[in-house]
Structures are given as structure tokens and as C-alpha cells.
Ligand binder design. Structure first.
Ligand SMILES: [Zn+2]
Length: 410
């Protein structure tokens, strides 16, 4: 989608990681303070710009985790979430004030649905409360982020008025959340553009976005937002978070990297650490990464069909737009299955040290196909059995080590 207003001066997109706050809100994902600190260290090494470490008022354990992260982690800015009320803001400030760089992040609803049905209030009172909270937070901290919750469903004029007022009150970042994951990419991009066009003082604040994945659009909406001038993306490792989760950090980062020529945007992420951080978060939260997950899924660089295997063995560029090494995923895999082709089968046999005559290869191939139809996982031992049952080996096979699943080839 073409931006409707000129681009911001900077090409740099800042990555705000909320794995430890929104991500931890995934059902069943709660983390101990030790686990949160361990993940924060890895996020810092990954190169995220901001770590949202928790919601300090929610529990003493969360307060402790945020405080330990603020005291130990150097590099990223450390923030934590508050509602727009003094006890919340005080708790965040106490927890983050020892950080090298710190921010207070506060959230207050902006949609009529939330104002009427959740806050049971009215637009005027909510706006006043937001402005007072921002002014108070700024009296404590130089960096204050304001999130008008459910902005994706809010009345536009009221949203503009709110943003203008909180920026005047001292907000340095305005974060536009699509809290319910409702908007479409073209709508969300247009929303960001309209904010840049209509909010008088918007050049005094950084525009951030926070997209949820209820319709599977969180990554697309985040990208649409940066194309229209947002320069900070809130996301989580593996896309975990409330309900269907948040925009996935690894997807957003790899879209900007893989399509850098057409998008012209950069992040500060060391992408070679993505797989490692993904695995760490999965282990600590107990939420597995789906095998077909973009970028970090176990099958993201596995090729199973004969046509694809043949193409990849000739040149990986045929079926890979990213290199697995770029995201720390090791190497591409060729998975042997009934859908595999002769080329992949021969390649794997060669890897194991078997070089068969044409006639033996033909017999081995027939046996392989028959076995692959019966057996889900074909092990190296199965291949050894197949080869041994054929004759006239062109070379003496080396002893096979272990029982690795067939397929880790290149
Ligand atoms: Zn959220």
C-alpha cells in the first residue's frame, strides 16, 4: 500500500518486545522472575530496542521481575505497563527507575465501546484522566508512552483529539493498538497515515503500533503501519500474547530484512539469534512453536515434495527466500517421504556414503517407495536395510552412526 503522506526522516524501525508482558498473558504461559530475567538477557543480545518487562502492579512477583530486569539489563530501554492511575504509574516508576534507559507505558481506552461498557464513563472524563496521568508520569520520567486502547475501533476525531492532548501533556510515544485484531491492513495503514495528517503535534512523538492476531493479520497490519510512517512495532517472540497473540517479532523483522530493497526499512535485530530466542521462550512458557510457523517453525526450511527437493538441491534460491542461517535455523532439510523424488533419495544415500549402480539404485528406490507408504518416519537404519538388500555396492558403506531421522542433508 502506498503511503499517503511523506515518509518520516528515519528508515529505522524500532522493535518493542512485549513477550514478558503481553506474551506472558497467554493462557498458561506465566513466567517466574528468574525465567523473565533469563529471557530479557537474550532479548538484549537479540538487539531489541525496548523490553516491556511486565505489569508491576499486577503481582509482587511481576514487580520483582521488572525491577531485576531494569537493574541488570543494559542496552534496551526498559518499560512496564500501567493503567492511567497514580498507583499503577508509581509502581511502574519504582520498578523501572534504576534502568539505564526507562519509560513509563500507560494504557487507557479510547473507543466508545470501551468507554461506555468497560470504563462506564464518557469521552470528556476519559480524556481528562489520560492527560493528567501523562503529566504525572512525565513529572517522574522523561519517556512516556500513551496507548489509547482499542484505537482500531475508535471514533477518528476523538482519537486525534486524544493524541494531540496527550502529546501536549508530555507523551513522547503514542502507541496505536489494534487491541481486538479487527482492522484490515489497508485500514490500519490508512489510520496511521491519517494520524500523521491530522494530529497537529504528531512530529513531537514517535508512532508505535500494537497489533493483535485475532484474524491472523497482526504482522500484515504492523507492516502496513510502518509503510505509513509508524516507526516502532510492538511484538512478541513466537507471536504469543492475549487470545490469538501479538504480531510475531521474527516475522516483522524478517519481512523488513527480506524485502528491504522494496521497503527501505531497517531494524537493529541480530537475526541469527531469532531461532535461539524462539526456542528459549517456547521452553519457558511451555507454548510449542507450530511446525509450520513462519521463520522459526521446525518445517520453515524443510522440503518434502519431490519437485521442491529437486529444485532446492539444484539451487536453494529456487524455493528459499531466506537462508536458514540468517535466522539461526541451522541448515535446510530434505525430508524423505512418499512424496520425495529420486534426486533427494539419491542425495541422501550419497550423504550416507552409498553410491549404487544404476540397477541397484532402481531396486533401492522401489523398496524405498514401498516402505515410505507404510512408515511415517524413515530412519537412516531403514535406508541401510534397503541398501543391504540390494547387491553390487559400488563402494563399501561406512558404519552408520545413530538413528538420526532421515533428512538432515544440507
Ligand atoms: Zn496487547
Amino acid at each position: 500500500m502506498e503511503p499517503t503522506v511523506g515518509p518520516p526522516a528515519s528508515d529505522r524501525v524500532f522493535i518493542f518486545d512485549t513477550t514478558l508482558r503481553d506474551g506472558e498473558q497467554s493462557p498458561g504461559a506465566s513466567l517466574t522472575p528468574d525465567q523473565k530475567v533469563a529471557i530479557a538477557w537474550q532479548l538484549a543480545r537479540l538487539g531489541v530496542d525496548v523490553i516491556e518487562a511486565g505489569f508491576p502492579l499486577s503481582s509482587p512477583g511481576d514487580f520483582e521481575a521488572v525491577q531485576r530486569i531494569a537493574r541488570q539489563i543494559r542496552g534496551p530501554m526498559i518499560t512496564a505497563l500501567a493503567r492511567a492511575a497514580r498507583p499503577d504509574i508509581d509502581a511502574v516508576w519504582q520498578a523501572v527507575q534504576d534502568a539505564e534507559r526507562k519509560q513509563i507505558h500507560m494504557v487507557l481506552s479510547v473507543s466508545d465501546i470501551h468507554i461506555e461498557r468497560k470504563l462506564r464513563s464518557n469521552r470528556r472524563d476519559v480524556l481528562r484522566r489520560g492527560v493528567e496521568a501523562v503529566a504525572y508520569a512525565r513529572s517522574l520520567c522523561d519517556d512516556v508512552e500513551y496507548s489509547p486502547e482499542d484505537a482500531g475501533r475508535a471514533d477518528l476525531e476523538y482519537l486525534f483529539e486524544t493524541l494531540e492532548a496527550v502529546i501536549d501533556a508530555g507523551a513522547t510515544v503514542v502507541n496505536i493498538p489494534d487491541t481486538t485484531g479487527y482492522t484490515l491492513p489497508n485500514e490500519f495503514g490508512a489510520l496511521i497515515a491519517s494520524i500523521r495528517e491530522n494530529v497537529r503535534n504528531i512530529d513531537r512523538a514517535l508512532i508505535s503500533v500494537h497489533c493483535h492476531n485475532d484474524l491472523g493479520l497482526s504482522t500484515a497490519n504492523s507492516v502496513a503501519a510502518v509503510l505509513n510512517g509508524a516507526r516502532r512495532v510492538e511484538c512478541t517472540v513466537n507471536g504469543i500474547g492475549e487470545r490469538a497473540g501479538n504480531a510475531s517479532l521474527e516475522e516483522v523483522v524478517m519481512i523488513l530484512r527480506t524485502r528491504e530493497k522494496s521497503l527501505g526499512l531497517l531494524t537493529g535485530i541480530d537475526t541469527t539469534r531469532l531461532a535461539e530466542v524462539s526456542a528459549l521462550v517456547s521452553r519457558h512458557t511451555g507454548i510449542p512453536v507450530q511446525p509450520n510457523k513462519a521463520v522459526v517453525g521446525g518445517n520453515a526450511f524443510a522440503h518434502a515434495s519431490g519437485i521442491h527437493q529437486d529444485g532446492v538441491l539444484k539451487d536453494k534460491l529456487n524455493y528459499e527466500i531466506m537462508r536458514p542461517e540468517e535466522v539461526g535455523m541451522g541448515e535446510s532439510r530434505i525430508v524423505l517421504s512418499p512424496r520425495s523424488g529420486r534426486h533427494a533419495f539419491q542425495f541422501r544415500l550419497g550423504e550416507l556414503g552409498y553410491h549404487l549402480s544404476e540397477a541397484d539404485f532402481g531396486r533401492a528406490w522401489e523398496q524405498f517407495l514401498a516402505l515410505a507408504d507404510r512408515k511415517k518416519d524413515i530412519l537412516d537404519r531403514d535406508l541401510e536395510d534397503i541398501v543391504r538388500s540390494t547387491h553390487n555396492l559400488a563402494s563399501t558403506p561406512p558404519p552408520l552412526a545413530g538413528e538420526g531421522r532421515v533428512g538432515v542433508v544440507a
